[in-house]
Design a protein around this ligand. Structure first.
Ligand code: AR6
Length: 169
């Protein structure tokens, strides 16, 4: 039975097969968790991203992790929250679904997600957490993953995830 966990901290420190990065569609870097991952992975990550040619919102693309403990980085482009009537929930679910598929194709056994779109992109945190957990559950078996970590940076996000996971058990 695959394990779903909540960890509070910096995703760049996690020794898992893949970490997910909340990126923008250029895939050429930014602030928040994106900036932190680029700083920790080193300049080669940007060079690898330059070859990807961007990524549409709701999808993700993979690169190696370079100097990170993680072997892979999955660059997921979450939606900017624009009131909730612009397909934001489906686009956010698409990010999680695409990363679960990338885990399968890259044979990852462990993967960590940040709370995609809930920082600079302002997606409501609780709704985003529910979408994240539901979508991961839906694709868990097909992904081949043994361990999925929801890596939360702040206390309220950590609490939401703990509550959502407790309700599901
Ligand atoms: N480890 C784990 N989570 C983190 C870390 C970290 N080191 N740093 C921040 N977070 P955000 P978005 C949390 O803003 O909303 C970039 O410029 C943060 O507290 O990083 O998807 C991109 O290039 C929040 O809970 O991503 C895009 O332009 C979550 O990660 C844009 O930001 C996501 O916050 C994407 O915005």
């Amino acid at each position: 039975m695959a394990q779903l966990e909540v960890v509070r901290g910096d995703i760049t420190r996690l020794a898992v097969d893949a970490i997910v990065k909340a990126a923008n569609s250029s895939l050429l870097g930014g602030g928040g968790v994106d900036g932190a991952i680029h700083r920790a992975a080193g300049k080669e990550l940007l060079r690898a991203c330059e070859k990807l040619g961007g990524c549409p919102t709701g999808l993700a693309k993979a690169t190696p992790g370079f100097n990170l403990p993680a072997k892979w980085v999955f660059h997921a482009v979450g939606p900017v929250w624009n009131g909730g009537t612009h397909n934001e929930p489906d686009l956010l679910a698409g990010c999680y679904r695409c990363c679960m598929e990338l885990a399968r194709t890259h044979k990852a056994k462990s993967m960590a997600f940040p709370a995609i779109s809930t920082g600079i992109y302002h997606f409501p945190r609780q709704q985003a957490g529910e979408i994240a957990v539901r979508t991961v559950h839906e694709h868990l078996q097909a992904s081949g993953l043994d361990r999925v970590i929801f890596c939360c940076f702040d206390k309220p996000t950590t609490q939401f995830y703990e509550e959502i996971l407790a309700l599901g058990n």
